[in-house]
Write a protein that binds this ligand. Structure first.
Ligand SMILES: [Cu+2]
Length: 285
């Protein structure tokens, strides 16, 4: 039953308003808002709902920890559970072997500074999912391996037509390729809703950093070689690793200064995508 056909009297006024918004969205092509869900990170655990409905969902990562954290969204195929994933992933990490093929990377809110935030919007399909934190600085061991930083959740089916009405309307598109970023229009100061599409063959992410005043790309490269020193940049958001042919959205508020787009995914040759050239400086004026 759709909300508009409900006969429950006390809800009628609220539903009239809801239908008006939905009708407006259909008529003008404007999007109703995606469902908003908070993903809270601490050192080293996630808090998030056990279930979500299918459809467009905005996840806001709230980092209450003293470390950097990120949310990597994984879809677990074939009825696999978080326990199955942790066993397989820990073994793959220990042996530098292949990651489990039944776990698909679907993005998620990118790196958030300690006590910072980031966001990502996704179309969720029904099935088993989990959050994991792959942040590995300092020390090189991802938090999911170091401390089991993960949180499983299930996605329940929902009317697809209704779910599609909340599709975000991006202003800018960033395509991820092997190995680089293609930006559809110059980014400017202000708020942007950005769609991120992985058009490459490998998984990719987009991590957006803002260089601290007076810091340079050389300072950033020095920090990447030695992440024990304080970073010369702050995280400005982004989307965690996306499998080939998947997409996500994130919202960012840009201010004038120097930003860097990076992808830290590891290539089949064992080197970081940044070493393959997936690092791009942009100046916002
Ligand atoms: Cu990449």
């Amino acid at each position: 039953m759709s909300a508009c056909s409900s006969s429950r009297a006390p809800l009628i006024l609220a539903l009239v308003a809801a239908c008006t918004v939905a009708d407006e969205a259909r008529r003008t092509g404007a999007a109703a808002a995606a469902t908003l869900v908070t993903l809270t990170a601490t050192d080293y655990a996630f808090e998030a709902p056990d279930t979500n409905e299918a459809g467009f969902t905005t996840f806001e990562l709230v980092n209450n920890g003293n470390q950097f954290h990120m949310g990597q969204l994984m879809r677990l195929e074939g009825g696999k559970t978080l326990d199955d994933f942790l066993v397989a992933y820990n073994e793959a990490f220990r042996t530098s072997g292949p990651r489990p093929k039944w776990a698909t990377r679907l993005g998620g809110p990118g790196v958030a500074d300690p006590h910072g935030r980031s966001n990502a919007t996704h179309y969720l399909e029904p099935g088993n999912h989990t959050w994991i934190c792959l942040m590995n600085v300092p020390g090189g061991i991802p938090h999911v391996v170091k401390a089991g930083m993960a949180k499983p959740f299930a996605v329940r089916p929902r009317n697809r037509e209704a779910a599609l009405q909340t599709a975000p309307e991006p202003g800018v598109i960033i395509q991820l390729v092997d190995y680089g970023f293609s930006i559809s229009a110059p980014l400017t100061a202000g708020r942007h809703l950005i769609r991120v599409e992985n058009a490459g063959a490998e998984p990719h992410e987009v991590s957006l950093l803002k260089l601290a005043p007076g810091k340079t790309m050389q300072d950033l490269e020095g920090w990447m070689q030695n992440p024990q020193i304080p970073p010369p940049a702050n995280s400005a958001g982004g989307v965690s690793s996306l499998a080939a042919n998947t997409e996500a959205y994130f919202e960012v508020d840009l201010t004038s200064g120097d930003y860097v787009l990076l992808c830290f995914v590891t290539a089949p040759d064992g080197r970081s995508h940044t070493e393959h050239g997936m690092i791009q400086h942009i100046r916002i004026i």
